[in-house]
Structures are given as C-alpha cells and as structure tokens.
Design a protein. Structure first.
Length: 144
C-alpha cells in the first residue's frame, strides 16, 4: 500500500482512540508504514534516534505495543531472532525469511484466501488468522 495512505490510516486509528501524535511517535509511524524490511524495535530505535537523539527504547516499545493493540501493526515473533514488525500490511500474510541475514519479504500471496477457505471447509474450524513462514536464503546470501 502507498506509504502516505497507510500512514493516514494509522494516524486516523490513533486519533479515534484519543492518542496524541508526538514528533517521535510520528517518526515511528513513518518507519512502520513503510516497513518493507519488517524492522525490529531495535532497528526502529536506531533510525528514530538519528532525528530524535533523546528518544528512549522504551518509547519505541510503547508505540509499537500500542499499534499492535489497535491492530495497526503485525508482529512476527521468532524464537531465534525476537520480534519483527509489519506496519504496512497489518493483517496476517505469509513471509519469506532469510536464515542467514534475517531479511524478511512479503511474497505474492494471491491464493491465500482460497487456501484459508479450503482449510476451514476441511477442518470445520472458523479460522480467524493464520501464520505462514517460508525459510531459506535470499538472493544476496546465495551469491555471497
Ligand atoms: Zn540473506
Ligand atoms: Zn509482511
């Protein structure tokens, strides 16, 4: 989704719930709205600190947690590497993860709805969300 459009969605969701938008919080939102690389809280912190040197890691955590609570960011928890976040697509979708450098990309997932429907039909479950991760080596790590 377009960065500006996505950013406005997040801002709207925060405003509706009466949350203040501080400049630091805005910086976090911008990073997450783009979030093509699914950043960790630490990497968001490093980026925000370039413009706001007094920002604390706790502030970043609080903002990310708030966004997660209101459904505006998707958390990808990994036992080995901790959590990474997608604020561009806050709904469940598959990911491809490089086991060497930790790169995470969103694959084309056009058939996910179909798969979900099929699973619901066969299992009798009312499926609310899913988690689908593919692991391997990214193009850069394959040639390196
Ligand atoms: Zn890699
Ligand atoms: Zn993603």
């Amino acid at each position: 989704m377009d960065l500006k459009e996505r950013l406005n969605q997040i801002l709207e969701a925060l405003r509706q719930r009466g949350h203040r938008i501080t400049p630091q919080r805005m910086a976090v939102l911008k990073i997450l709205a783009e979030s093509k690389n699914h950043p960790s809280v630490e990497s968001i912190y490093q980026q925000v600190r370039q413009d706001f040197p007094t920002t604390s890691l706790a502030t970043i955590y609080k903002t990310v947690t708030l966004l997660k609570e209101i459904g505006q960011v998707l958390e990808l928890g990994f036992a080995d590497w901790g959590s990474r976040y997608d604020g561009n697509k806050p709904f469940p979708h598959p990911h491809i993860i490089c086991t060497k450098c930790g790169a995470i990309v969103d694959p084309d997932y056009a058939s996910m709805q179909e798969i979900t429907r099929e699973m619901a039909r066969k299992s009798g479950f009312a499926i609310s969300h899913h988690r689908l991760d593919f692991f391997g080596l990214c193009p850069k790590c394959q040639s390196g």
